[in-house]
Design a protein around this ligand. Sequence first.
Ligand code: AMP
Length: 216
Amino acid sequence: MRLILLGPPGAGKGTQAKKLVAKYSVPQISTGDILREAVKNRTPMGLKAKAYMDKGELVTDDIVVGIIRDRLQESDCAKGYILDGFPRTVPQADALKTALHEMGQSIDRVVSIVVANDELIQRLTGRRTCKECGAGFHILYKKPKAEGICDQCGGPLIQRDDDQEATIQNRLTVYNQQTEPLIAYYRKDGALKEVEGTGSIDEIFAHICAVIENHG
Ligand code: AMP
């Protein structure tokens, strides 16, 4: 199964991708996670990307396309994958199409998770991430057992630099301008399915699985 998860920041792409990984045994490929790891390790790519990420802007297409091209060659992608946060621009979608064509592959489904703007801001400002293992929490919707501490590994929970309110607004504007056109792009391809992204995590997951299995 080769799947793209589309949706604005805070729509729950990462949360749903992790559940899909468990159910369908294919890897999640998050360009955001790969970039954050590069920033943490201070690699040349990470240092270049950080300035864009801190402002809530998109990293240049050449960087993320390079990441994806390399990642799709890895053996764990043979059975499929879930792209989470890529593509985010029309040139990235075109580059993906070319790369897949070269590999004799195509995308099976594009699932767009739809959430209203007000709700997104509330979700993003409350989001907390484990500094050690990357597990996600929320101060209202997914509280950790002990405040500020990761349930999974005991690491400290932090707020992502780009989850500060000013940056969030910019990320949503960037989404509307640069990423939303991909909905029409994939609708034209016939691969798009839209799923309402409000309700419980399990309800949304059930809708996503239904559209993947063609009965949604
Ligand atoms: P995310 O975790 O997907 O919200 O990504 C966090 C940040 O990483 C974004 O705000 C961008 O700065 C950068 N990023 C992640 N994926 C992409 C992409 N496909 N294209 C450009 N920038 C990206």
